[in-house]
Ligand binder design. Structure first.
Ligand code: ADP
Length: 437
């Protein structure tokens, strides 16, 4: 089945954020990790988000990876292409937003697009082309000191123009406020004037929805995840997307486990809450270094305890303990030991029938997903804001919730499994049976 929307995201968390937004707006969405192989099966997905790591690499590499992703998406029939970058417009004068956007425009034989990073929910707004983070200009926010992409200029038309060969223009607040038709007229005027990319002001979600509507006929658009809010409705209006529960996942009945490799405050609370009444095993980097059998021992401990209720395996520790380990091993080595162990443990658990897995920690999630040979994720039910259940593609099918350290309420771990069960009680149909019209 051809996909409707093909997205290219310049980092992994941005990709899942966009995919989560699209799913909540009714599009069944899959995230693919890296430029996809030809034979990847995305099932009945309406939207595919290709997650690259192209934000801070050389512009020429970002362009070639993005073009390869575009090729794949076009072969799968994508009607519209979306280039997703950060809502703080992370880039330098060398790129990569401008060069990638222009290369994609050219490959699609299009001569105009929009650039709208605004994400009001997260307090990123654009007014007269200036990007605000909370109540300060981007150039006065902490982004000014970002180690890789320091943002010292808040005027996006100027920032983007320095990265582009074509002309950059602006559709300002006064136009956006008047809605879809006014935005469409402004786009036509700018296009006739030879502008190639227009920064678009947006202060509210209503603005983003109006801009999304005005972009219904653009083959290619660019923005943060906010601009995607209005896109599913376009496909619905044109009869291509049927109303459905897009976040439905297949049923996973196997054993449950939580792997926590984050030491962030929220994860510390979540671990403490879960440990109070349940199966827990603690690993630490010094023991991992000293005992070659450490992973085997974890798995041996877990085997008789596996079942419907989750086991918890964590390296989560307070700052003083982490500091001690880092002093003994070096920060990087300590992290690597835990990440490698979590990957091996995940593989071992999957081999013992674990099918439902919550992972806490961004780097930890990356290590687990790589060790399990997973190449994509179908987005499901949201557990807490920004953290959905997913079903893995490639490797052995698993239900996975990948949580960045500081996300989620204190009862996140237990709530996650309850939500997964409840979703299946409420919705007996498989995603395929719900299909789109
Ligand atoms: P978060 O999303 O909270 O930043 P990450 O998984 O991205 O979590 O990063 C946590 C890092 O800390 C990882 O590299 C992990 O291996 C490392 N780590 C976890 N536990 C410990 C520990 N007890 N001592 C030292 N380093 C640890």
């Amino acid at each position: 089945m051809p996909i409707l929307l093909g997205c290219i995201a310049d980092d992994f968390t941005g990709a899942t954020d966009l995919a989560n937004t699209l799913t909540r707006q009714g599009m069944a969405t899959v995230v693919l990790l890296g430029v996809p192989r030809e034979d990847v099966d995305v099932g009945d997905a309406d939207a595919v988000v290709v997650a690259l790591k192209s934000r801070s690499i050389a512009a020429s590499d970002a362009v070639s990876q993005s073009l390869a992703a575009l090729d794949w998406l076009r072969r799968r029939g994508a009607r519209q292409t979306y280039f997703k970058y950060c809502s703080t417009f992370d880039s330098t004068d060398a790129g990569n937003i401008g060069p990638v956007a222009e290369a994609l425009l050219e490959a699609l034989k299009e001569d105009f697009t929009v650039a709208c990073p605004a994400f009001p929910t997260n307090k990123r707004t654009v007014y007269q082309g200036y990007l605000f983070v909370g109540d300060v200009l981007l150039s006065e926010s902490s982004m000014r000191h970002h180690p890789l992409t320091p943002m010292t200029d808040a005027l996006l038309t100027r920032v983007l123009q320095r990265q582009c060969k074509g002309r950059v223009g602006l559709i300002d607040f006064s136009v956006v406020e008047r809605g879809r038709a006014a935005i469409r007229d402004a786009m036509a005027q700018l296009r006739a004037d030879g502008v190639r990319i227009a920064i678009v002001d947006a202060l509210t979600d209503a603005h983003l929805v109006a801009i999304g509507e005005a972009c219904a006929d653009l083959k290619f658009l660019t923005g943060g995840s906010g601009l995607a809010l209005g896109l599913p409705e376009n496909f619905r209006r044109s009869g291509l997307l049927r109303m459905k529960e897009a976040g439905a996942l297949p049923k996973f009945g196997g054993h449950a486990a939580v792997l926590a490799g984050s030491c962030s405050v929220a994860t510390q609370r979540q671990v403490a809450k879960m440990k109070a009444g349940s199966n827990g095993f603690k690993i630490d980097p010094i023991a991992l270094r000293e005992d070659r059998m450490a992973v085997a021992k974890v798995l041996q401990w877990a085997r008789p305890r596996l079942g419907r209720e989750p086991v918890l395996i964590c390296s989560t520790a307070d700052p003083a303990t982490v500091e001690k380990a880092q002093a003994a091993l070096g920060r990087e080595r300590a992290g690597q030991l835990i990440e490698a162990a979590m990957g091996e443990i995940a593989k071992g658990l999957a081999g013992m029938g674990v099918e439902r897995l919550v992972v806490a920690g961004g780097e930890t999630s990356g290590a687990v997903v790589t060790a399990l040979g997973i190449n994509g994720l179908r987005i499901g039910e949201e557990i807490d804001p920004g953290v959905p259940w997913t079903a893995s593609l490639g490797g052995k099918p698993l239900a996975l919730a990948l949580k960045s350290g500081n996300f989620g309420a204190d009862d996140f771990f237990l709530k996650a499994f309850q939500k997964l069960e409840a979703a299946h009680l409420e919705s007996p149909l498989s995603p395929r049976e719900r299909g789109r019209g």
